[in-house]
Ligand binder design. Structure first.
Ligand code: CO
Length: 471
């Protein structure tokens, strides 16, 4: 029953866009909170007669909650891009999504690929690069948007060779902008770290025989860390096989996860190793150590989580969803046989967040905040967890029938302690059939207040809080 409602409200529908409105609040909204929380995720799963297959397929929608003087305004909008414009105007899917292709007729795929290729619906994340705000996706097209109106202002495009290119939706901020990891498919495949500048300047390049699905990468003060899980593709299949993108990837039982550590100074590989196989979406934090580099990452024993995110699987909800395990890997540069793998939390989680603005690449960081699973039977993320990675202690926030999204940390003014601030998470409440933003104190996860959205909001991915300077 509950699963049916979670599926109906959280996944199995389309979301309407709304014009600017004031929202009802309860409890306390801190007076100092001034800026916009913007969350990205799917807004359209049905187009014409076709329903998308996978949680990662839905065409992107931005939700913006703007805080000012204890008041909250809201607006949501489809990401204005070619894929969504065409879907809405022609009432049919014309671009390829993660696990769904348009309904091609016989011989249709080739001509359609020539027309369109992969989606530009940048539905995964939002971030600021320099002065610009981007909706970020996994193809090479990133959409620049106005954080006030949510309108599209421009595009950022890594160049697209014949077989295609993927990028991660998790670029790392740098002093001069950001860097991202792209995968170039072809007769020879490359992982490349590139700057998000006008020329997409190449900083590092690594050749791989069979590229894997890459959702993020690590960056410390000194190094880039590229982890290649055994969930890989023969890249010829991306153009020759008549299958959606992710269906071309297979789990290879005969190998481990490969790691490349690249010196940021000169782009050279300084360490190459193979560790026990794991699948992952998210590096959480990466930092230098006396003899190498360590990274905290949410891992799975295999790529079964991709299967678990198919809409049919979520709709059935007949078993618990696989929980990601927060682990730390300590790499000794130059000694590939030696590494330490440590479990930091036994609580199954996904969509981890930390205070990236202040603690990225910092070995002294302590806190990871994430949606997580209250029990092995949980069919979706039904609580928030705060993990202290130093003391290995945890706190949770939970409410019956509530499914929280990624918790975003916002520091309090003049905050000194790492967890002196608040967490904001968009929660789907399936009993009340509505969504609300919950505001929690980040130190003890006690609740400060709620902001009620006008209707239930579909389960989405990443968000960010964009601080506004007071006039
Ligand atoms: Co992500």
């Amino acid at each position: 029953m509950l699963q049916e409602k979670l599926y109906q409200l959280g996944f199995d529908r389309n979301q309407d866009p709304h014009d600017e409105m004031d929202l009802e609040v309860s409890g306390v909204i801190p007076e100092w909170l001034h800026g916009s929380f913007v969350r990205n995720g799917p807004g359209l799963f049905y187009i014409g007669g076709q329903r998308m297959n996978h949680w990662f397929d839905g065409l992107g929608m931005l939700h913006r909650f703007t805080f000012q003087d204890g008041r909250v305004r809201y607006k949501n909008s489809f990401i204005d891009c070619h894929a969504t414009d065409e879907a809405l105007s022609s009432n049919e899917l014309t671009y390829s999504e993660f696990a769904t292709d348009p309904c091609w007729g016989l011989f249709g795929r080739v001509s359609s690929m020539f027309r369109h290729g992969p989606t530009d619906s940048a539905k995964v994340n939002v971030g600021k690069v320099g002065d610009r705000y981007y909706a970020l996706g996994e193809t090479t097209m990133q959409i620049e948007f106005d954080p006030e109106t949510l309108e599209t202002l421009g595009r950022y495009n890594f160049r697209q060779p014949k077989f295609g290119t993927s990028s991660t939706a998790h670029p790392h901020p740098t002093n001069s902008g950001a860097v991202n990891l792209i995968t170039k498919y072809g007769p020879v495949n490359f992982y490349q770290v590139r700057k998000m500048d006008e020329r997409a300047s190449k900083l590092a390049s690594v050749v791989t025989f069979s590229p894997s699905y890459m959702h993020s990468f690590g960056m410390s003060e000194k190094y880039y860390v590229i982890a290649e899980s055994p969930f890989t593709v023969q890249s010829i299949k991306l153009i020759a096989a008549n299958r959606p993108f992710i269906k071309n990837f297979k789990w290879d039982k005969n190998r481990g996860t490969r790691l490349w550590v690249v010196d940021r100074e000169n782009g050279k590989v300084v360490h190459k190793a193979e560790v026990e196989p794991f699948f992952f979406f998210h590096f959480v934090n990466t930092f230098d150590t006396s003899n190498g580099v360590s990274f905290d990452i949410v891992t799975y024993p295999d790529a079964g989580i991709i299967e678990a995110y198919y809409l049919d699987a979520i709709g059935r909800g007949d078993r618990g969803i696989p929980g990601g395990t927060l682990k730390r890997f300590e790499i000794s540069i130059g000694d590939p046989s030696r590494y330490v793998e440590e479990t930091l939390s036994a609580t199954g989680m996904e969509l981890p967040h930390m205070d990236t603005a202040r603690y990225n690449m910092n070995p002294d960081y302590r806190y990871v905040y994430s949606p997580s699973l209250a029990s092995p039977d949980s069919t979706f993320y039904d609580q928030l967890v705060k993990v202290d990675v130093r003391d290995k202690t945890e706190l949770t926030w939970r409410e019956e029938g509530c499914f929280p999204g990624e918790p975003v940390f916002i520091p309090a003014p003049e905050s000194s302690a790492e967890d002196d601030g608040i967490l904001v998470s968009l929660v789907l409440d399936i009993q009340a059939e509505r969504s609300f933003l919950v505001l929690l104190r980040a130190d003890d996860l006690s609740e400060l207040g709620r902001v009620f959205a006008p209707e239930p909001i579909m389960m989405g991915f990443h968000g960010n809080f964009f601080q506004k300077q007071r006039a």
